[in-house]
Design a protein around this ligand. Structure first.
Ligand code: HEC
Length: 123
């Protein structure tokens, strides 16, 4: 019986941990998908056109910068090329660029990474 209870406890804690964002996975996603356009601290020195750097956004005085990262896929220009796998949202219009295809969980990983960048940048 005790073993059974222990197994259940492990299953649940495993479940909870599995849903927290993973900083390393978030970094990999940012490198693979966001670095194409955005400058990311320690990763590249040049972005594309008007794409704001992650540093500038994180250090912005606007207090909604974190929220913007949480919903970046809904903010222009991203809806044209970001596809959340589980929802298969079709891009607004076809663009001649490679789409960013990520999973819902990747959003948690990205936020864990962005929060880490924010901590590092404030030091
Ligand atoms: C194909 C280029 C491209 C890619 C890839 C891209 N972005 Fe962007 N992003 C932009 C541009 C351009 C803007 C500026 C939009 C504006 O100022 O109107 C932007 C703006 C943003 C903003 C601020 C939005 C706002 O309204 O202030 C966030 C947050 C952001 N991007 C996050 C990300 C993340 C996270 C990724 C990777 C998963 C990513 N972007 C991938 C081009 C890109």
């Amino acid at each position: 019986m005790f073993r059974f209870v222990l197994t259940i406890v492990f299953l649940f804690t495993g479940f909870a941990v599995g849903h927290a964002g993973d900083i390393k996975k978030g970094e990999d996603i940012a490198i693979e998908h966001c670095r194409r356009c955005h400058v990311i601290p320690g990763q590249n020195n040049m972005g594309i056109g008007i794409s704001p750097s992650f540093k500038a956004m994180i250090q912005s005085k606007a207090n909604d910068w974190r929220h913007k990262f949480e919903v970046f896929y809904a903010l222009r220009p991203h809806p044209s090329f970001v596809i959340i796998r589980e929802f298969r949202t079709t891009p607004e219009f076809p663009l001649g660029i490679t789409p960013v295809i990520i999973a819902v969980d990747d959003l948690d990983h990205l936020m864990a990474y962005v929060d880490k960048l924010a901590r590092d940048l404030r030091q």
